[in-house]
Write a protein that binds this ligand. Structure first.
Ligand SMILES: Nc1ncnc2c1ncn2[C@@H]1O[C@H](COP(=O)(O)OP(=O)(O)O)[C@@H](O)[C@H]1O
Ligand SMILES: [Mg+2]
Length: 599
């Protein structure tokens, strides 16, 4: 991704504009049925520009009624009224222009937001391993806001200025060709420098946006892990890290400000230079009686219009360039290939999986860490309804095994068979609908207990939810809360203990009624009392399902149909507790001995 950014800046100017503009235009494909608002808005935009252009003309005519040779009061009154009408019309046009553009933009952006989000959550796990949450978050927020500002105001303003420049120059030429030629001699200088500076401005502002995302990542990471930060007394370290990162933002932003400042002062110089030259030459023409005073005034006003528009348009151009960068980053997400998951409101168990699982010579390496093969030639056979315990030291690849079963990743070689068929031949949705996982750290979403349990089956009835909670041994503690199932958990609600969260997760799994159950150290972080209650619930849940139990404490898996001992990604031993204990120099036997001694 970072590589792509660099390349875009190194490309020659024309090519860069072409490709980036093309990608930016993709935003407009999210317009849906709101396109007409853009078109009607554009008509109002043209009308506001046209009325704006009438002002200098009418004012010039008004001034000329005071010509000592004419002194025409009725004409002055008449033009005054016309000016008033034009003024009213312009206000009305402006209202509809702004209203329609905002309406159009908000609808388009909502469509885009929804599309990006629904695409993002369908991306495979490997994508999330390679992209930090903070960065993705900033694309979803600040980049989209940049696009929003641009669509709502910048583009409209840009077009308006453009029309004023073209129209203004036409009126100028009509008023006095000589003066126009003088004025136009200055414009190209301004225009060329605008493009030149615009490039720098774009580069620096993009850099600043990236640095801001980086520093937001620090905030997010530390706040998410605030307990860790405090436990390690690392406030000072984190503070330094954040301070350094904000300093980098300041440096880059100031650099950008320097370019913009230089740009602004240059434009101002050109503007005043143009006005002085034009007034001087215009006065000479008026003295020679080639133009009237009213026409000189018209000319001055048009010159100011055109000059101001040219000055403003460069800044708008830089804004649009920023937005183009934002669009590119947002569409980088859209261009990632998603997993094929069907997104339904109701999870229909169309294909009930029996639960025969075979890992056949499976090897695996994480795409983000190619140098280490995490699983090597792993073969495990689990028959329908069996309990397979997986034990081994931390980092030996147990959780990875489970990730492959859930098809977060696919094996590098070997196959995973489910009911005799390659796991890849199932749809991801079907496969995952038939599985449930109770992990070590259960993540609850900020909602009610009811909603959190229903996560396993969104259309569950309250009776089903209560029944699931009962089976998960969770009913007692839920009933002890005044608001029962409506109790809010997480940030603004009750903090649940580890064992309580675990039981919510079990209730989720009960509701889902999976044929394959995965317990990844589900009880490892619990005290022995909670462990007993949770274990009891788990034992009930495991009945009749193929269960993969990753356990830390070997005492919990004695009754497993098969115990797989895994170390450094390879299966060392497998068999029942008794079989493994009878092996004289087995790893399981020595681990088991060690644990019983400790306890
Ligand atoms: N998302 C990941 N990307 C890269 N490497 C990973 C990832 N997850 C785990 N690993 C590495 O894979 C190895 C096995 O990890 P894991 O399966 O979590 O072990 P266990 O669950 O047995 O403790 C470890 O060396 C770990 O560092
Ligand atoms: Mg693990």
């Amino acid at each position: 991704m970072a590589r792509k950014v660099k390349q875009a800046d190194d490309l020659p100017k024309v090519k860069l504009t072409k490709t980036s503009l093309k990608s930016a235009l993709r935003v407009f494909s999210y317009t849906g049925q709101h396109r007409w608002k853009l078109y009607v808005g554009l008509i109002f935009l043209l009308l506001t520009s046209a009325t704006a252009l009438l002002f200098p003309k009418l004012l010039g005519i008004l001034v000329d009624t005071a010509d000592p040779k004419k002194l025409d009061v009725p004409a002055a009154n008449y033009i005054g009224v016309v000016l008033l009408v034009v003024l009213v019309l312009q206000s009305v046009f402006s209202f509809f222009r702004v209203y329609l553009f905002v309406n159009y933009t908000e609808n388009t952006l909502a469509n885009l937001r929804q599309a990006v989000y629904s695409h993002l959550i369908k991306l495979p796990m490997s994508y999330f391993a390679q992209n930090r949450v903070g960065d993705l978050n900033s694309r979803m927020s600040s980049d989209l806001i940049q696009i929003q500002d641009t669509l709502t105001t910048t583009i409209a303003e840009f077009l308006r200025q453009f029309v004023i420049i073209i129209g203004g120059v036409a009126f100028l030429a009509y008023t006095s060709l000589h003066l126009t030629i003088l004025m136009l001699a200055i414009v190209p200088v301004v225009a060329i420098s605008a493009v030149f500076f615009g490039r720098f401005i774009r580069k620096t502002s993009r850099l600043v946006q990236e640095k801001i995302a980086e520093s937001n990542t620090i905030i997010e990471e530390t706040l998410q892990g605030i307990a860790n930060v405090k436990a390690f007394a690392n406030e000072f370290f984190e503070n330094k890290r954040y301070k350094r990162s904000t300093e980098v933002i300041v440096e880059n932003a100031i650099l950008g400000g320097k370019y913009r400042g230089a740009f602004a002062s240059f434009i101002i110089f050109c503007l005043f230079g143009a006005i002085v030259s034009v007034v001087w030459y215009g006065v000479i023409l008026a003295i020679r009686n080639e133009i009237s005073i009213g026409q000189l005034m018209q000319f001055l006003l048009y010159s100011i219009f055109v000059g101001a528009s040219i000055g403003g348009i460069a800044e708008l151009y830089a804004q649009i360039q920023k937005a183009v960068g934002a669009v590119e980053r947002v569409f980088e997400i859209m261009d990632e290939k998603p997993e094929v998951v069907e997104v339904y409101e109701q999870k229909l168990l169309e294909h009930r999986i029996e639960g025969n699982v075979v890992f056949q010579n499976v090897a695996f390496t994480y795409p983000s860490r190619k140098e280490i093969q995490v699983l090597k030639d792993v073969t495990i056979v689990a028959n329908k309804g069996e309990t397979i315990a997986v034990v081994g030291p931390s980092g030996s690849g147990k959780s990875t095994l489970v990730a492959l079963l859930l098809r977060f990743y696919d094996p590098e070689s070997g196959t995973i068979l489910i009911d005799g068929k390659d796991a890849k031949s199932y749809s991801l949705t079907d496969l995952r609908n038939n599985m449930a996982i109770v992990p070590q750290d259960v993540l609850l979403f900020g909602g009610s207990i009811k909603e959190n349990i229903a996560y396993g089956k969104p259309d569950a009835t309250i009776a089903e939810i209560a029944e699931a909670a009962r089976k998960a041994n969770a009913l007692d503690f839920i009933d002890s809360f005044p608001e029962k199932f409506e109790t809010l958990v997480g940030e603004r609600g009750v903090k649940l203990s580890g064992g309580q969260r675990q039981r919510i997760a079990i209730a989720r799994a009960v509701l889902k009624d999976p044929s394959i159950l995965i317990l990844d150290e589900a009880t490892s972080s619990l005290d022995s009392e909670s462990e007993r209650v949770v274990q009891e619930a788990l034992d009930k849940l495991m009945v009749g399902r193929t269960s993969f139990v990753i356990a830390h404490r070997l005492s919990t898996i004695r009754k497993a149909d098969k115990i797989i001992v895994i170390d450094k990604g390879s299966v060392l031993e497998s068999g029942t507790h008794e079989e493994l204990m009878s092996k004289e120099s087995g790893l399981y036997r020595s681990l088991s001995r060690m644990q019983t001694e400790v306890i």
